[in-house]
Structures are given as structure tokens and as C-alpha cells.
Design a protein around this ligand. Structure first.
Ligand SMILES: Nc1nc2c(ncn2[C@@H]2O[C@H](COP(=O)(O)OP(=O)(O)OP(=O)(O)O)[C@@H](O)[C@H]2O)c(=O)[nH]1
Ligand SMILES: [Mg+2]
Length: 211
């Protein structure tokens, strides 16, 4: 949930990695944790896991100098992808500012991708958000595997929302490919929406400027 704290000059924004089970959401955070220097990120906390599977959520804070004069903190979460954990997904999604949808590129996962995306739309609506207005990007992960669908097919399945095409990235999250492209773009989209909305509401001397 976005907020500004003038006393300690902080802006806080919430990013959620969403998508089908085993798609690579947790792996995105693990790769970020490995590759971002310790002064720009906090610990990666995984709350309840069974082997590879997230049962509750993962969480990691990131810090950036994105807004002039303010420290910007991104609270980054993953949801559990398995369909039975929908109530947990709703909890994690509360107050979200931006979503990275991590799809699994394997042919055998196309139905799960579509179902998970429909589930995201439904859960956004339930909390008064909408896929048309919430900033999100698509990440087509596991491009290193042999039996994968071509990008144009995944775009056809997942990237035809009203409100236009969204940015999408090919990824191999285990190796870092596509991880930072997705993160940088969602951060940029969320910040620019936040700054616009904020400046509309506030007086001139409180204007926030993206750097
Ligand atoms: N080959 C390959 N394997 C990957 C890639 N990304 C993730 N994996 C593997 O896929 C498995 C599942 O990845 P996770 O990141 O745990 O998936 P998740 O989306 O968090 O799954 P849930 O927590 O169940 O929702 C792990 O064994 C990862 O190492 C990739 O790009 N290529
Ligand atoms: Mg996970």
C-alpha cells in the first residue's frame, strides 16, 4: 500500500509477484536477493514453505532513490501459486501498487497460466482494483526449457487486456535473464502512477519529482 511519510521522507510501495504454482515467483526474489547489493535490499523472508512450494508468502524490501529528496521502499511479495491457497493470495494482494505476473512458458502450463491470470483479475476486483488500471507487467519464464510455447502464443493468451498491451519479458529467472527488466519496468510504472496521483491531490510545495 503506497504511502508517504514526510517526517522521515519515505515513500513506500507494494509489489506482488503473482502467477501459477512453480512458475518461478520465489526464484525471481531469490535472484534479486543474490544480485542486488546488501545496502539496497533487506533479507528475503519466506513464510512457510514445503520444498519449493510457497505456502504463505515471500517478502523482501528494496530501497531506491527514485523520488527526489525521498527514500523509496518497495515491499516485494510473492503469492502461493497453487490454486487452493486463494485466501492467502487475497491477503497478500491487499493494497498492491503493482504486479509482476510470472507465467510458466511450458506448453503443459498454459491452462494454469490462464486460470491464474483470471484469478488475479477476480481478486483485484474483489478489493476494488481492476486489471485495467493496476500497473502490471508479464514475465514469460523458463525460456531455457525445451517444450515451451512461442512468445506470440503467450501474448495471444495473456496480453490482450482492455486498456492495451502491457510490457512483457522473456525470462530465465534461475539465471537472472528478464528478472531486472521486469522489476525495473514495474517499479517505473508504479512510481509514475503514484507521483501523478499524489501531485493531483497535494499542494505545490509538496510536489514529488521522479529522478
Ligand atoms: N529451468 C528453469 N527452472 C526454473 C526457472 N525459474 C524457476 N525454475 C524452477 O522452478 C521451480 C519452481 O520455482 P519457484 O520459484 O519456487 O516457483 P513459485 O512460482 O514460487 O511456485 P509456488 O510457490 O508454488 O507458487 C524451482 O525448482 C525453480 O528452480 C527457469 O527460468 N528455468
Ligand atoms: Mg513460491
Amino acid at each position: 500500500m503506497s504511502f508517504v511519510n514526510f517526517a522521515n521522507r519515505q515513500v513506500q510501495l507494494k509489489l506482488v509477484y503473482y502467477g501459477p504454482g512453480m512458475g518461478g515467483k520465489t526464484t525471481n526474489l531469490q535472484t534479486m536477493h543474490r544480485m542486488i547489493s546488501a545496502d539496497a535490499r533487506g533479507d528475503l523472508t519466506s513464510v512457510a514453505t514445503a520444498g519449493d512450494r510457497t505456502l504463505f508468502f515471500d517478502f523482501m524490501p528494496l530501497v531506491a532513490d527514485a523520488i527526489e529528496g525521498y527514500t523509496t521502499r518497495f515491499q516485494v511479495y510473492t503469492v502461493p501459486g497453487q490454486s487452493m491457497y486463494n485466501l492467502t493470495r487475497r491477503l497478500v494482494l491487499r493494497g498492491v501498487d503493482g504486479v509482476v505476473f510470472v507465467a510458466d512458458s511450458q506448453w503443459s502450463k498454459m491452462q494454469e497460466n490462464v486460470e491464474s491470470f483470471a484469478n488475479l483479475k477476480e481478486n483485484l476486483l474483489l478489493q476494488g482494483d481492476s486489471i485495467e488500471t493496476i500497473p502490471y507487467v508479464l514475465q514469460y519464464n523458463k525460456r531455457d526449457l525445451p517444450n515451451i510455447a512461442p512468445i506470440h502464443y503467450m501474448e495471444f493468451l495473456l496480453n490482450r487486456q482492455e486498456g492495451g498491451r502491457r510490457p512483457s519479458y522473456e525470462a530465465v529467472a534461475t539465471e537472472g535473464q528478464g528478472v531486472f527488466e521486469s522489476l525495473n519496468m514495474i517499479a517505473r510504472m508504479v512510481l509514475s502512477r503514484f507521483v501523478k496521483a499524489y501531485n493531483r491531490r497535494e499542494t505545490k510545495e509538496r510536489e514529488l519529482v521522479l529522478v
